[in-house]
Ligand binder design. Structure first.
Ligand code: ADE
Length: 229
């Protein structure tokens, strides 16, 4: 799948060169292209922002450079889903990650900066997404969060697909059961005996019960809204 981003800071996306996502890029399973919004800036100074009509503090991103950048990218790739990253968007979560992973035409993110983007940009995009109720100084990190969450759901990116079903928000939308490895005892804390028993049926049942118990304690709303696996 192709991921494109329109940003004033394309160099930030080098963060996606490492780990699982970096390997997926090397293997050609995904491609990530960061397009510099400055290339579409206005005039000699390549201006991309301006003072707000009606007054107020801060700068607002002008619509023309963003529109020109969207047009340039989508002229080559008409199937891209256009997504504006903004704290005012729909809240991104695992079901939405799964939905976006199914969009074979690829994803185009617009990462805003400054106080916001001219409101008319909303008309040019398909969706607006927020990664949570807090404000970042730009949409770049938010776009990277979505790219990472979507990319790892694509075929071949995570080596063992079973681990996707078992992890938090996987099948059943629960938090994941607790994991342990060596040593059997660490600072007086022992690994639960059942995990050392070799009884795989009992271990499976214990893990399912722990996942439910942990979710009920930490995130009761997930249990209340639970879809049956
Ligand atoms: N840009 C700034 N803050 C953001 C957030 N919380 N989610 C998405 N984009 C953003």
């Amino acid at each position: 799948m192709e991921f494109h981003v329109i940003t004033l800071f394309p160099e930030m996306f080098a963060a996606l060169d490492s780990g699982l996502i970096g390997r997926a890029r090397q293997q050609g399973l995904i491609a990530i292209h960061a397009h510099n919004l400055r290339d579409h800036g206005l005039g000699n100074y390549r201006q991309v922002d301006d003072t707000p009509y009606g007054g107020g503090s801060g700068m607002v991103m002008r619509p023309e450079p963003i529109a020109a950048a969207i047009d340039a990218v989508t002229a080559e790739r008409p199937g891209l889903l256009k997504i504006l990253m903004t704290p005012q968007g729909e809240r991104f979560d695992q079901p939405l990650a799964r939905e976006l992973a199914g969009h074979a035409g690829g994803l185009l993110f617009i990462a805003g900066r400054y106080e916001g983007v001219d409101d008319r940009i909303h008309e040019l995009v398909d969706r607006e997404l927020s990664i949570g109720d807090y404000v970042l100084s730009g949409g770049e990190l938010a776009a990277m969060v979505v790219i990472e969450a979507v990319a790892r759901l694509l075929p071949g990116v995570v080596g063992n697909p079973e681990s996707l079903a078992e992890e938090s928000f996987g099948d059943g939308n629960l938090l994941e059961y607790p994991h342990y490895t060596r040593p059997e005892e660490f600072r007086g804390m022992r690994v639960p005996e059942i995990l050392l028993s070799g009884d795989h049926g009992k271990i499976r049942a214990w893990r399912a019960a722990e996942a439910l118990r942990r979710t009920a304690r930490r995130r009761p709303e997930l249990v209340a809204n639970r879809r049956k696996p």
